[in-house]
Design a protein around this ligand. Structure first.
Ligand code: SAM
Length: 286
C-alpha cells in the first residue's frame, strides 16, 4: 500500500512494436488506477482493450500539456491515482509528460516508474557499441546546417551518441554525419526494433548513407542511430621524433595552423596534438 495518502502518478512503459513487450506489472498497474492519460486515445485504446483494461482515458499531448497537467493532478490531490502512457515506449523519453512529472513532484505527489520498452536502450544494448557511457540526443534539428553544428559540438564526446530519427530524414542525417565525423568511426542504424523487420546495420560512417540508399527498405520505419564515441587521448601523448622533424621543417615555411594541418595529413599525427606542438615550437622561436 502507498505511504502517501494522496493519489499516485504511475509512468508506465508500453511496447515499441511487439505488443508482448508489456510487463505483468504494467498490466496490473493499468488495471488498478482510476484513469489513464495517453497521447492519443484512439492509438492506446486497442492496446489497453487487448489486455482487458477498460478505464476512463484522458488526453495529454504536446499541445495541451501545461493546462491538462494541472487538471489531472487536481484529481490526484483529491485521492485518485493515474497512469501516464505514451504512444510507444517510455513516457517522457521524447514524449509528453515532463511538465506533469515536475508539477507532481512540486505538489509532493508520489511518482512511480513502471519500466519497460525504450527504443534507445533496446538499440544501445544490441548495438555492439560501448554502453558504459552514452549521450542521448533525441531528434536532431530539422535543417542540415543546424544538424552539422550539433554534430561538430558532439564530435569530441567519448561516449556513444544516440539519436532518434524519422524515415524521411534518416538519409540526410547520415550524409551530415559523414561530412563531420571521421570516415572510419563506427555507426549503427537500428530499425524497426522488436518488429517483424527489425534490422541492425553496423558499418563505418563513410558507408552508412550509401548502404541505406541502396536498400529501399532501409528508408522505411522507425530508426535509432548510434555513433561510436571519440577515442580518448592520453594527456601525456607527444609527437614522435619524425613527426616533430616534419613539423619543424614546415614551420619554417608556413603558419602554425597550416604546418600543424600538413603534419597531421602527412604523418598521421592527431591534428590537435600537432597544433599544440606547433604552438609550443613557434613560441620557443619567439
Ligand atoms: N518514448 C519512446 C521510447 O521510449 O523510445 C520514443 C518516442 S519518440 C516520439 C519516437 C521515436 O523513437 C521514433 O521516431 C524512433 O526514432 C524511435 N523509435 C520508437 N520505436 C522504435 C522502434 N520500434 N524501432 C526503432 N526506433 C524506434
Amino acid at each position: 500500500m502507498p505511504e502517501n495518502p494522496k493519489g499516485i502518478l504511475y509512468l508506465v512503459a508500453t511496447p515499441i512494436g511487439n505488443l508482448a513487450d508489456l510487463s505483468f506489472r504494467a498490466v496490473a498497474v493499468l488495471q488498478g488506477v482510476d484513469f489513464i492519460a495517453c497521447e492519443d486515445t484512439r492509438h492506446s485504446r486497442p492496446l489497453l482493450e487487448r489486455h482487458g483494461i477498460i478505464k476512463p482515458l484522458a488526453a495529454l499531448h504536446e499541445h495541451n500539456e501545461d493546462t491538462a497537467s494541472k487538471k489531472l493532478l487536481d484529481r490526484l490531490e483529491k485521492g485518485e491515482s493515474m497512469a501516464l502512457i505514451s504512444d510507444a515506449g517510455t513516457p517522457l523519453i521524447n514524449d509528453p509528460g515532463f511538465p506533469l512529472v515536475r508539477l507532481a513532484i512540486e505538489l509532493n505527489l508520489r511518482v512511480v516508474p513502471v519500466p519497460g520498452a525504450c527504443a534507445l536502450v533496446a538499440a544501445l544494448s544490441a548495438s555492439g557499441l560501448p554502453t558504459g557511457r552514452f549521450a542521448f540526443e533525441g531528434f536532431p534539428p530539422r535543417t542540415s546546417s543546424a544538424r552539422r553544428t550539433l554534430l561538430q559540438n558532439l564530435a569530441d564526446n567519448s561516449g556513444t551518441l544516440i539519436f532518434y530519427e524519422s524515415s524521411h530524414r534518416v538519409l540526410e542525417f547520415l550524409k551530415d554525419i559523414a561530412s563531420v565525423f571521421p570516415p572510419q568511426r563506427s555507426i549503427v542504424i537500428a530499425r524497426e526494433l522488436t518488429k517483424l523487420h527489425e534490422t541492425f546495420l553496423r558499418c563505418k560512417v563513410e558507408e552508412a548513407a550509401i548502404l541505406v540508399e541502396s536498400d529501399p527498405n532501409m528508408e522505411k520505419g522507425e530508426f535509432v542511430v548510434l555513433l561510436e564515441g571519440a577515442p580518448q587521448h592520453n594527456h601525456n601523448e607527444e609527437l614522435t621524433s619524425e613527426q616533430t622533424r616534419v613539423l619543424k621543417l614546415l614551420l619554417e615555411e608556413c603558419s602554425v595552423k597550416t604546418a600543424a594541418s600538413l603534419t597531421a595529413k602527412v604523418t598521421g599525427a592527431r591534428k590537435e596534438l600537432a597544433y599544440q606542438a606547433a604552438l609550443k615550437l613557434a613560441d620557443k622561436r619567439g
